[in-house]
Ligand binder design. Structure first.
Ligand code: CP
Length: 293
């Protein structure tokens, strides 16, 4: 809640307000070992709006390509005296590993199948602003739950904020024991979506399927795609969300993604404010301020 309130502060600021460069003199390194559009750019914009010197390290153009290890990369970034490091990595737990090796705060921009915490924060902010509260909302998350760090982080945030969470996936894309996360699992999307306040769709992550079940596009859309017809089963005016990138015509039809119930572009806008809040709060110690960090 604290970080959501902090993010609201940045959303409320208008174009005519005096620029707030509270991170001036600090160096923010965005080290991305996996592709990204929304997360990388919004962290870069967030840092720059706060006055930080922002440097992006793309793994594809770095010495990682020459075989440098993750730990050596982390030690190198640390030696450059970064004040905050933002990491995206394809391996679950890689961010934790780096955080243990460096002297500055580290922000997780998505690690493997594990977590994507700033995505969950921006999703919570979107729901709170659109629906008034997260508590009590019936939220269905549908798609490739097994490989989704977004699903995991959203489930943790939604249940912490007292939403009622349903998850829906083909049985091969549903993690075993998901009930232990205080959610109700479904394999039938028509049942799961019934009376939902919020419908969150997920991409099928073919890049994380090591020889597992990859459904055909036609079959997947028929059983798990969010079509305009299927959306009618949810509450009237139910919010439609997707973290992006979308596979239009697979997990979501364009008619819905671009329709009046969609909050997808709003999610992106919330991302900048949430990341400004995280950067501000996590650098308070470096700026010798009292605060949550
Ligand atoms: N939602 C999200 O993480 O998108 P990107 O992969 O484009 O950053």
């Amino acid at each position: 809640m604290f970080l959501l309130d902090e993010a609201e502060h940045w959303l409320d600021r208008g174009a005519t307000d005096t620029p707030d460069t509270r991170l001036a003199g600090l160096t923010q390194i965005n080290a991305f070992f996996e592709n990204s559009t929304r997360t990388l750019l919004s962290f870069e914009i967030a840092g720059k709006r706060l006055g930080a010197d922002v440097v992006n390290m793309h793994a594809a153009q770095s010495s990682v390509k020459k075989g440098e290890t993750l730990i050596d990369t982390a030690m190198t970034l640390n030696a450059m005296r970064a004040d905050v490091i933002v990491i995206r990595h394809m391996a679950s737990g890689a961010v934790r590993l780096i955080a243990d090796k460096v002297d500055c705060p580290v922000l997780n921009a998505g690690d493997g199948r594990h977590e994507h915490p700033t995505q969950a924060l921006l999703d919570m902010l979107t729901i709170r602003r659109r629906r008034g509260s997260v508590a009590g909302q019936k939220v269905v998350i549908c798609g490739d739950i097994l490989h989704s760090r977004v699903a995991r982080s959203d489930i943790l945030a939604l249940t912490a904020l007292a939403a009622e969470v349903r998850v829906c996936a083909p049985s091969t894309l549903m993690p075993k024991g998901i009930e232990r996360m205080f959610v109700t699992p479904f394999t039938d999307f028509d049942e799961a979506i019934e009376d939902a306040d919020v419908v969150m769709m997920l991409r099928v992550q073919n890049e994380r399927m090591a020889g597992g079940y990859i459904p055909s596009t036609r079959e997947y859309r028929m059983r798990y795609g969010l079509t305009a017809e299927r959306l009618k089963r949810a509450k009237p005016g139910a919010l439609v969300m997707h973290p992006g990138p979308m596979n239009r015509g697979v997990e979501i039809d364009s008619e819905v993604a671009d329709g009046p119930q969609s909050a997808i572009t709003e999610q992106v806008a919330m991302g900048v404010a949430v990341r400004m809040a995280c950067l501000d709060v996590l650098t308070r110690r470096a700026r010798k301020l009292e605060g949550w960090a």
